[in-house]
Design a protein around this ligand. Sequence first.
Ligand code: AMP
Ligand code: GLY
Length: 433
Amino acid sequence: MNILLLGSGGREHALAWKLAQSRLLAGTEDKLYAAPGNPGIADHATCVALDVTDHGGVIAFCEEHRIGLVVVGPEAPLVDGLADSLRGEGIAVFGPSRAAAQLEGSKGFTKDLCQRAGIPTAGYVRTASLEEARRALGGFAPPYVLKADGLAAGKGVVIADTREEAEAALADMFGGQFGAAGAEVVIEEFMAGEEASFFALTDGATVLPFGSAQDHKRVGDGDTGPNTGGMGAYSPARVLTPTLHGEVLERIILPTVRTMAEEGTPYSGVLFAGLMLTDQGPKLIEYNCRFGDPECQVLMMRLESDLGELMYACATNALASQPPVRRSRQTALTVVMAASGYPGTPDKGGQIDLDAAETDGAKVFHAGTALDEQGALVASGGRVLSVTATGSTVTEAQAAAYAAVDKIDFKSGFCRRDIGWREVARELAGEAG
Ligand code: AMP
Ligand code: GLY
């Protein structure tokens, strides 16, 4: 069949790489398209320009090119209802409906769902005005966790140490800092613990666990500096022991999928749960309705099942007929190389030579790259490359990923040098003990 993948980041390059290996694309006539794609994705797909906000245009493309499955990479088109428009025309889509994508699109929606379904999460209050929010702050102790309700490109969360900082942040949010996303603000109890991510595929009824990961959100070594979209990740996250994994599935993921179906908004696609591992057990921080970036890169690196078949089964309510997801026992680790200036304004146009980087089994996924007029590879965004390798331990995967990073010539780029540090420290302590 023909498949259309939407998106242009490292996540989508990893998806394109894995989809290209699918039996669904094995026929000589089968084609993978990507919109808009990037120079790395172009190795596996025909890149086309499509405006994903123009649902009619996407539908017309699908009809003209006999697309049998659309895979939506990022959250915005899902929250915008693109999957509904496509399904309305009988086109199979991997990704939730607009109503189900509220799990990411509205923090208040998810908190209310957790309350109805008894899912462990931080206590909270939804507020719709600055007045109301100021009053509600009195019911919380510092540090204050404040969240713009809607999509804010990962920037809508403020953790304020003092009441003054919290009030100032609330004034900014209600003052329009995040546009319409801040028309409502959720105030939450602060949870202490280590974070981990859990991924599951679902067609609304059947749930297949897909793997775990840990991300590094801060820009600097030692988890310092401003937040980013993610500077590196590894999978699996061994802090999610088999016991905790089972608890997350039973107490968080399954009740979510069940409740969404019971309430008439079945969720299909990938459910990405951000978790806090607290003294009282795992609690939900937030849901995303798509794969994480760069978590997707490490999940794809370990995936042994056929991604296309799994996604098609999610899209056609046939997940029950799929065997459990097969994953390599190896650890995968990815290091993001960003353009200097990121997460502020990144330098554009920096030359990149990565020809030597993949010689030892590493994979370099492209994010913000472009070809210049001479056809040379240059940086064109904040996060530019995602350099991914495997090993039998996190320590080995880390060494392999940095060996590949060191073979890349990207003078205007930088990366963290400590991706995986928590696990590397635990592995060292384990050896010593
Ligand atoms: P979110 O966008 O909801 O994932 O939040 C971004 C980050 O803020 C999370 O990855 C956590 O590090 C932190 N965070 C969010 N909610 C809480 C909370 N209730 N307690 C402690 N940290 C939180
Ligand atoms: N890396 C975090 C995210 O994709 O939301």
